[in-house]
Design a protein around this ligand. Structure first.
Ligand SMILES: [Zn+2]
Length: 274
């Protein structure tokens, strides 16, 4: 089995606040050490369960959070940004399965550590195929387009609930329980790493036995809708040819396929940010 480990940072064990995931803040150095430790627990589990090839996609901020020297030597690293498929870069190159480590709940989720969808500055809501979606749905749908199932996720309790509602058979590793958007109860690191290890190990075993989640692939064409924080952001996003300004803050786009939907999403999000 060839496995992609897609890693974000807000759902990493021990992380509760923006300073810890912000590259300009002193707290970030510790945050990135926590991130690679969670990823390494997943790598070790995958190897023990029989995975033959592992690639890690560094999906937070500029994609250079994981220091190669600290990453398990069995894994290759997709590093840097912008990569074409961003948080799941590499998935287009032929994998059997993916797991998401350090993920977080979608924008607007109550009691969810750093709940947001792509950009907490710009994006209030995202709908893919008329379903309210966060980064788990966005990236799992991209994986699904390439026939790749997402076997497991790690993050807080809200992320686990969101992922289970989206992908019923997914395995979830809950490493912390949010008590607000920037507070929570964190497991000791050793216990958190053990949970990630057990979850990924079981998920990979199941998949190798022909069980577990199916790929999540919305039927084509794929309608998407973005609700921005402010009307001016929607105005700028609507400069994308083919987009439709739905109302003051919302713009929609009908994409031919999931990758096209993703590129339209990224383009509109970038335009909003101008
Ligand atoms: Zn992130």
């Amino acid at each position: 089995m060839k496995l992609l480990i897609a890693a974000d940072m807000e759902g990493i064990s021990g992380i509760t606040r923006w300073e810890q995931v912000n590259i300009t803040h002193a707290e970030y150095a510790y945050g990135r050490s926590l991130m690679v430790a969670d990823v390494n627990a997943a790598v070790e589990a995958a190897l023990a369960a029989g995975v033959s090839e592992i690639q890690v996609s560094d999906g937070h901020w500029n994609g250079t959070n994981i220091l190669l020297a600290d990453l398990h030597p069995a894994a290759r690293l997709h590093s840097g940004n912008p990569a074409p498929l961003a948080m799941v870069q590499g998935v287009q190159n032929g994998f059997d399965a993916a797991v998401f480590i350090g993920y977080h709940a979608m924008a607007g989720t109550p009691e969810a550590i750093m709940d947001h969808t792509w950009s907490s500055k710009n994006i209030a809501n995202l709908w893919i195929n008329n379903q309210l979606s966060g980064e788990t749905a966005l990236n799992a749908s991209l994986c699904g387009y390439y026939q790749i199932p997402v076997l497991a996720v790690s993050g807080d309790q809200a992320l686990a609930a969101e992922a289970s509602a989206l992908i019923p058979e997914i395995e979830t590793a809950i490493v912390k329980t949010a008590t607000s958007r920037e507070s929570g109860v964190c497991l000791p690191l050793e216990a958190a790493h053990e949970i990630i290890y057990e979850t990924v190990f079981q998920a990979v075993k199941k998949s190798l036995d022909g069980k577990g989640p199916k790929p999540l692939n919305p039927p084509s064409p794929v309608p998407i809708k973005l609700e921005f924080m402010h009307s001016q952001m929607a105005a700028r996003a609507s400069y994308l040819p083919g987009s439709v300004r739905e109302d003051g803050r919302s713009v929609s786009f009908l994409a031919a396929s999931m990758p096209d939907a993703f590129f339209a999403f990224r383009t509109m999000s970038a335009l909003a940010n101008e």
